[in-house]
Design a protein around this ligand. Sequence first.
Ligand code: F6P
Ligand code: MG
Length: 477
Amino acid sequence: DTFTATQYNTNDPTSFAHTSARERWPIIITQGIDDVHRSTHSAQDEATQTEGKWIVSELAKLKYELQHDRELTPIMDDGEADVDAYNKELAARGTPRWHSVPWLYSECYLYRRISSIFKQTKQWRSYDLFARQKMATFKSSRPAVLELAARYRQIVTELASKHTIKGAETDEQLEEAEKVLFTEICEICLWGNATDLSLLTNLSYEDIQKLQGSEARKASEKNILVNDLGKAFRILRAAQKTGKKERRVDIVLDNAGFELFVDLILAGYLVASGLATTVVLHPKSIPWFVSDVLPADFVSLLSALAAPQRFYGTQSEEDKNAGKEAVPLSEPEDSNLQFLFQNWSQMHAEGQLMLRPNDFWTAGGSYWRLPKTEPELYQDLKESELVIFKGDLNYRKLTADAAWSPITPFVEAIGPMGPASGVRVLALRTCKADVVVGLPEGEDERIKKLSGDEGSDTRKWAWSGKWAVVQFSDGKT
Ligand code: F6P
Ligand code: MG
């Protein structure tokens, strides 16, 4: 990680790290406890129940340690290779306390600690304590999902049958139309991130629905402070024009549910338009920052789309509790969702869409470490035309979560992932944490003023997911 700038720390009252450690994390653990409690209650066999109770007590202990500012303790050996690296780093950091520890390491440690509790059991080893929340929020994104499914079907069908987009008659017009669509879909992917569940501790479902509608997206364009999508498009188009047969785009995923849904829309569009020939998705291997994608979330999403009427048309336990009636889908809605299922399963079956997990994504450090700690993955990413990093945490990891001046160039703040890395990086990030780089001079001050934070040391505007940056680095010298 960087030594040029200091990493954000949970002891800094001006940073979102401070609030996170004291307010958000205990709520997240409590929600996890409730979930395991529910599953334990409905478990049929005694072994599962006994282990479930043990998990609840371990989670409660963790919450106590966090709230009482105890030391971070070594993670128990759960048989996985990454425990050692976490514990060595913990020792090297001098066994810090929860309320005075670098934010990035401690937040990763938190989720790795939670995972180790489950991995020490027999019946709950692969249990995801956040799965319920993820699926429930996806369900509540129904209006946006239906709107996008209809548009996607139309675009992909036209590209497949006529190799064009409605209204485009010449090659130039087609190129322009493809660029517009690329930009729009990427922006949908960008804002799809504004609604991750780790921030849901202060967002209502109504807020989420508002954030996802197309009107909201248009209105939000002015909130994208830096937008390098044009550069990314040019890279993909140039590669396509060389006639190169294999052209890969990688997406380092962030959240499941609606965000994964829109990421798949992007993946499908890239392949249908010929901007890429394959898309590699990088999910997490353990439940991570509440809503991040696990391979099982990909499967659940496809299963929901395979039988959409069953998914939307029946009242779930959550719906019942929220007093929501199940409203059946209309015939075209049902058929559009099934189209998505067929389209994406086919891409998956034909190897145009791949899932490639790696422990690196759930390690405790920043992406500055990639070339040294995971040379194979590094090599693999170099082969991609474009590596898209989704969301806030990926951005924090790219920039080492450090207090850079906001006018530091993006390519500088991403260190070894920047110039001469050979990796083409595109970050699609809605801001939910303090670190922001690559802004024009005076921009931070302008937004502080707009947000009523003029002259303050705190960059509160960057915590809410209302503002975004889309930044590109071409990886050349
Ligand atoms: O800022 C809140 C927070 O939970 C951070 O801890 C984390 O970086 C981020 O949001 C998670 O958001 P995302 O899902 O966009 O990475
Ligand atoms: Mg996330």
